[in-house]
Design a protein around this ligand. Structure first.
Ligand SMILES: [Zn+2]
Ligand SMILES: [Zn+2]
Length: 249
């Protein structure tokens, strides 16, 4: 029988394949198969779709980042099992639907707090130029670009906010996989470039205007901390001519 670590990693990889790569492929194929439909439903219809070689490069970076995530997951599993004598995410029978919903409901706000904190940090001028600018090179994002990022950014905004909340709420491995799948699908959708709801249009706008505000997936923490894109633009601190990062030293 496979070891708990191998099962945990295989389940995570399968979840990424089904909930991130598969929907991303559908989002990416749509403008090529149905260009008129895509033009009608794209948030930035005038922007050209990425070329095949750009997509190939993007896919390579995403794959490298996911392998980094699986390596870190291995490290967490080994350290947790060694120090505490148990796997980080409890194995065993599938939890009840109510247990699954409870775990996901607890993980969502924790994930949002961690993501908002890390994402705002990455918008500090020095970190933006060195790290986060890579993710923002897609000013008209496509689904696969959700995980197109510097490896450090992948750890801070993808690995930590997704893998730590299930650990904190002592979720089962089934809940962890469900959460990884939920966030994977959500991030592909938010970056799809299609008008598929307010959250997707909001993150698309974050990429389009680029630089300041709109750090949370949801608007709540941006409202609490006054980092809404609208208020920042109104204050005249958005992208400035001649400075592609939009940040002034
Ligand atoms: Zn950003
Ligand atoms: Zn993004």
């Amino acid at each position: 029988m496979a070891s708990p670590l191998l099962l945990e990693l295989a389940g995570t990889a399968l979840t990424q394949l089904l909930c991130f790569w598969l929907p991303s492929s559908v989002y990416l194929a749509t403008p090529r198969l149905f260009p008129a439909f895509a033009r009608r439903h794209k948030t930035q219809p005038s922007q050209a779709e990425p070329t095949a070689s750009e997509l190939q490069h993007c896919a390579k970076v995403v794959l490298q980042n996911q392998l980094l995530g699986l390596s870190l997951q291995t490290l967490v599993h080994v350290v947790h099992s060694t120090l505490l004598g148990a796997a980080p995410y409890a194995a065993g029978p599938q939890p009840s639907p109510l247990g699954l919903v409870r775990d996901i409901a607890l993980c969502i706000p924790l994930c949002e707090c961690l993501f908002y904190g890390m994402h705002s940090l990455l918008h500090r001028p020095a970190l933006y130029r060195r790290i986060h600018k890579i993710h923002h090179s897609f000013t008209a994002p496509v689904a696969l670009a959700a995980q197109y990022a510097h490896p450090l950014e992948h750890v801070l905004t993808c690995f930590v906010p997704i893998m730590v909340p299930p650990l904190l709420v002592r979720a089962s491995v089934w809940s962890m996989w469900t959460f990884v799948g939920t966030v994977g699908f959500e991030s592909a959708t938010l970056h799809s470039g299609f008008k598929v709801g307010l959250l997707a249009e909001r993150h698309d706008r974050h990429h389009e205007v680029g630089v300041r505000g709109g750090y949370g997936t949801f608007a709540f923490l941006d409202w609490v901390f006054g980092t809404e894109m609208r208020s920042v633009e109104a204050a005249g601190k958005g992208r400035t001519e001649g400075d592609e990062t939009g940040y002034r030293d």
